[in-house]
Design a protein around this ligand. Structure first.
Ligand SMILES: [Cu+2]
Length: 325
């Protein structure tokens, strides 16, 4: 598969820039495909060190021994179509055992590369592990498909695999979305408070109003009052975002505010998609925000003048390090 090989090589370079060396470790690690149990206990069978630590996902078609196999990886614009795919393990077998996360075994996110179109779908899994969902996309262009799931197994970590999807038809590149902290959808106005920061978890809060009045009777959707996906402009890195609290926990109110904890993998612009449910309908509000400054300085690379010893402690310098990545 030549295109797949190209994508893998490309994303491997990106992954390296995140310091996500676990992908390589897992790929060449011992025991892959081994039928014989190790002499020691099962801890050697973990899904790979740090497999859940990276804040950015979706840049690779293969990660942690699992592969997203999208077929065919193309659709026609403005036509009802069907997306089919499988998740394969190291041995190439179709995976049929998943853990439920937010009420579903697998969340499928589609986004156009220009970040104008977004879909959050829940495909159906056949017994043999083939997933499928009807889909109709409005415009031609390059899309990214994200499969967000956790394989069965005690040590399995949440994974997001990403694959390219081509949608054919007349194409005109869209303007990138302008920065916006307020979104309107079907008479609802949603405002965003808070700032994503590189490598530091931050709370971000959305406030939902309808016809100017706060909405206080949001309905649970996927085990929360909102479901948030954040994508990085430039490469559509997929951020894991976790809701703060859940319906019925005694402290989480059904609006007007819905809050999340998210970490930006790098300084960049992010597109945020909030799904929320009210009056029986799920709607999506989209925002575009630049990330803020890092709150904790990076370990700074040693400069030209040699320092003795401690190059990796937190720096107290108050100017931003000008080092590039
Ligand atoms: Cu979902």
């Amino acid at each position: 598969m030549n295109p797949a090989a190209k994508i893998t090589a490309f994303t491997a370079a990106l992954a390296a820039s995140f310091g996500a060396a676990y992908g390589i470790g897992a790929a060449v690690g011992p025991g892959a495909g081994s039928a014989e149990p190790a002499e020691s206990t099962a801890h050697a069978e973990s899904a790979g060190p740090g497999a859940g630590d990276s804040p950015a996902g979706g840049l690779q078609i293969t990660e942690g021994g699992y592969t997203l196999d999208l077929r065919p990886p193309r659709l026609e614009a403005a036509q009802p179509g069907e997306l089919r795919f499988t998740i394969r393990d190291r041995a190439g077998r179709q995976v049929t055992a998943f853990q439920r996360e937010h009420d579903k075994e697998l969340h499928l996110i589609l986004a156009s590369r220009d970040m104008a179109t977004y879909r959050h779908l829940h495909p159906t899994r056949a017994d043999d592990g083939t997933w499928s969902t009807p889909v109709k996309l409005p415009a031609a262009g390059d899309y990214r498909v994200f499969a967000d799931f956790t394989p069965a197994g005690e040590n399995a970590a949440d994974l997001t695999l990403g694959a390219d999807l081509a949608v054919s038809g007349p194409y005109k590149a869209a303007e990138p979305p302008k920065p916006s902290r307020t979104a309107s959808v079907d008479g609802y106005t949603v405002s965003l408070n808070g700032t994503l920061r590189p490598e530091a978890p931050e709370h971000i809060t959305f406030s939902v109003r309808k016809d100017g009045r706060p909405v206080t009777d949001l309905q649970p959707y996927l085990g929360a009052y909102g479901h948030l996906v954040a994508l990085r402009a430039g490469d559509l890195a997929y951020l894991h975002v976790h809701p703060d609290g859940e319906p019925g926990d005694g402290s989480t109110k059904p609006g007007p505010e819905v809050s999340f904890t998210a970490t930006a993998p790098s300084p960049a612009t992010y597109r945020l998609f909030l799904d929320f449910k009210h009056d029986g309908t799920v709607r999506t509000a989209a925002f575009t925000v630049p990330s803020g400054e890092a709150t904790t300085p990076h370990p700074t690379a040693p400069s030209a003048e040699p320092e003795d010893g401690h190059g990796d402690g937190p720096s107290d310098r108050d100017e931003d390090g000008g080092h590039g990545h």
